[in-house]
Design a protein around this ligand. Sequence first.
Ligand SMILES: *[C@@H]1O[C@H](CO)[C@@H](O)[C@H](O)[C@H]1NC(C)=O
Ligand SMILES: *[C@@H]1O[C@H](CO)[C@@H](O)[C@H](O)[C@H]1NC(C)=O
Ligand SMILES: *[C@@H]1O[C@H](CO)[C@@H](O)[C@H](O)[C@H]1NC(C)=O
Ligand SMILES: *[C@@H]1O[C@H](CO)[C@@H](O)[C@H](O)[C@H]1NC(C)=O
Ligand SMILES: *[C@@H]1O[C@H](CO)[C@@H](O)[C@H](O)[C@H]1NC(C)=O
Ligand SMILES: *[C@@H]1O[C@H](CO)[C@@H](O)[C@H](O)[C@H]1NC(C)=O
Ligand SMILES: *[C@@H]1O[C@H](CO)[C@@H](O)[C@H](O)[C@H]1NC(C)=O
Ligand SMILES: CC(=O)N[C@H]1CO[C@H](CO)[C@@H](O)[C@@H]1O
Length: 776
Amino acid sequence: MKFSFAVCASLLAATAKAAADNASCVPVYKNPDAAIDDRVADLLKRMTIEEKTAQLLQGDIRDFLDIDDGTYNETAMAWLAENRANSVWTGLYMTKAMVSRGARLAQDYLVNKTRLGIPAFIQSEGIHGFLALNATIFNSPIAHGCSFNPELVEKMAQVIGIESRALGVNQIFAPVVDLARELRFGRVEECYTEDPYLAGEMGHAYVKGLQSEKVCAMVKHFAAFATPEQGVNTAPVHGGERMLRTTYLPAFKRAILDADAWSVMGSYNSYDGIPVVSDHHIQEEILRGEWGYEYYIISDAGGTARLATDFGVCSVEPFDHECVTTMTLPAGNDVEMGGGRYSFEKIPELIEAGKIDPEVVDTAVARVLRAKFAAGLFENPYTAVPDDEFWDYINTDEHKALAQEIDEESIVLLENHENALPISKNAHVAVIGPMAHGYVNYGDYVIHTSMTRGVTPYEGIRDASEGTVTFAQGGERWSNDEDGFPEAIAAAEAADVAVVVVGTWSRDQNELWMGLNATTGEHIDGHDLKLVGMMPRLVKAIIETGTPTVVVYSSGKPITEPWISEEAAALVQMFYQGEEGGHALANILFGDVNPSGKLSVAFPWDIGTAPAYYDHLKSARRWPNPGRIHPNGTLEFGNNYVFNSPLPMYEFGYGLSYSNFKYSDLTLSSTTASASDVITVSVDIENASDLDGKEVVQVYVRDVIASVDVPDIKLKGFNKVLVPAGETVTVDIELDVSEWGLWDRKIQYVVEPGDFQILVGSSSADIRANATVTVV
Ligand SMILES: *[C@@H]1O[C@H](CO)[C@@H](O)[C@H](O)[C@H]1NC(C)=O
Ligand SMILES: *[C@@H]1O[C@H](CO)[C@@H](O)[C@H](O)[C@H]1NC(C)=O
Ligand SMILES: *[C@@H]1O[C@H](CO)[C@@H](O)[C@H](O)[C@H]1NC(C)=O
Ligand SMILES: *[C@@H]1O[C@H](CO)[C@@H](O)[C@H](O)[C@H]1NC(C)=O
Ligand SMILES: *[C@@H]1O[C@H](CO)[C@@H](O)[C@H](O)[C@H]1NC(C)=O
Ligand SMILES: *[C@@H]1O[C@H](CO)[C@@H](O)[C@H](O)[C@H]1NC(C)=O
Ligand SMILES: *[C@@H]1O[C@H](CO)[C@@H](O)[C@H](O)[C@H]1NC(C)=O
Ligand SMILES: CC(=O)N[C@H]1CO[C@H](CO)[C@@H](O)[C@@H]1O
């Protein structure tokens, strides 16, 4: 108390006005009614260089708490408070009570026992559910993209916020708005889509939902991350300024700026030869200079050290902390995540030696503090509920129902030959395959042991059926062994319908980094997209029984087995499921839910024909003349390609329904526009079927004559609408003409006058109606 009076007295002398504003003489930075900029300025000027430095380094719960036996070390906590006070990382395998206790110990110490009382960000992961034991697990982001339903993603993120807060966690490392354009990359499943616009809408929805609970979002990985050379994790990304701005940055701008995200994570890669963590142009000139972003960037784990260990920009032996710090901090990377090395600890020395401008440090600290004020940390540092109330917040029935709904809206029907689906509820169904049962096929970024918890496809089908349901695994997912085939074949022969679930698999965060086998996930990159081991032979054997065979791809990325599309009775894509995914799948298969998912990522025929994204530049894919190797071995020569096609097998936006939707009466609010206008596109959608159904109406725009090679068409709007059976619904979609621009030869953004085609359709290749707007 004495001490804070002293502070108050000096404050009175220094800033009489601020003190006069608050009769109780509380420092401005502790006054919740003061403007954030004033609070930041007030706090910053009270801080020593050591206190500032501590705000730029990430701490870890294990620094002060033994997360196995709960032993607390207050000496270590004092050390964290003095050295790594930005945040406390908790995204680890431990009990819920341990997370909550760690959060309390840290905030109590920081708020009550340090000179200035600055609370920490308490951090975890959460791209598809809060990474903590028993928290609700949603399907993976690549599936969220297929839902084309940002409202559901917003609700999901709010649930993640509610569950996080209940354990005292106030910052989540999500959303990922990187683009799934390099399918060999292991982290395709973590991206929403190949498309910049859809990624931006989903990222925006996520940030809004999470931050509505005052849990800080962290948009990642800024920028141009997910298209590494050869698909190999953290490898360089190639491209120029125009590609950066046309393709990679728009989703970030939407999620960061429009949704007001309070933090950003940097990216591991280099772009055009510059390690992004040290790229002043991307991190400062664009993000802060052009966009006006006021919060902070944190490096990814170990991301700063890569300047020495991977890029050879700084010396690794001896490790040059000075180089790492002076290359990154002034380039706009404000906070260091560490990951083994903590170069930012050198900041006080480097200031002393005149090697870093103190203003650079103040700017970085101000950005961190601004985020802490915006997220309400000073008013509400500790958000956890009592241990005996966890279950009122975590994995509630409501949250599970939402997880199921997102799965239902994300599943994509790829083929339905002779209406093999839906399956009759009375049918005898044989459920087969290694992804059908035995563990739950989640994507990466789930906590250890998650795969033992959740509804498998077999369980979902069994629960929904009114007939007989059997299960035969057919073999292990990692094996070539066919020992399980006879049992699976017998099961299929005895059934009316076989449902074969095959695909890719990932692992929980512990198993993944222990190096257990997997075919997708962070640092698990694949050289092709075919089914692994015995799986294709299992599918073949089941189809050959003659029992109608529905194949389900349970995967984190597209699978390229075109023969399955032809030979299976039906083909369903379920990107990595959520915990109620088995129920969702069953509802789709039995027709209780009409499929409404559309592909967020195109399927190439084969990895050799990739990339297959729809928004290729105009000059791409101009004269496809595909050849083919026929199943009977006959060689039919083409030249583009000799034996395949550069066009996608399934294009972006594709997906079937049990209904037929007819498009008619496309109208525009105006056929001429200026660059600042909004055009409303209206179109009638008729449901020509006996089933209610949802259609994703997609609007693409083509700049007919452009001064540079631009994407042929770009998604600029979509609307997922429920059309009741037999009814017609008029759908309105608003388009901002200002978003139809390009980056010209001088890298200036301009909406060029001329004609723009407005293409309205059911996928990027299934355009049902069009009109033209002339921009004057
Ligand atoms: C003064 O600050 C305290 C503590 O932040 C706050 O509760 C109070 O409302 C403030 N009073 C005024 C008059 O601003
Ligand atoms: C507590 O932490 C301090 C500082 O890190 C360390 O020196 C000490 O050994 C720790 N005490 C125990 C009992 O682990
Ligand atoms: C700070 O101490 C007070 C009094 O013991 C306590 O009520 C409060 O919860 C503590 N703050 C935090 C963040 O734990
Ligand atoms: C919580 O998660 C653990 C580990 O995944 C699991 O064993 C346990 O059954 C779960 N508890 C509940 C009530 O779901
Ligand atoms: C794959 O991992 C599993 C453990 O999940 C292990 O039992 C199996 O032997 C591994 N198989 C191969 C071929 O590595
Ligand atoms: C093989 O299949 C192709 C395409 O169906 C057909 O044109 C060709 O005649 C077949 N060749 C033989 C030898 O059956
Ligand atoms: C636009 O619609 C007209 C009339 O249906 C059709 O002939 C034309 O090919 C369409 N243009 C495009 C680019 O789809
Ligand atoms: C155009 C068309 O086929 N419309 C159909 C819409 O669905 C209702 C109900 O099934 C049918 O009666 C219409 O013929």
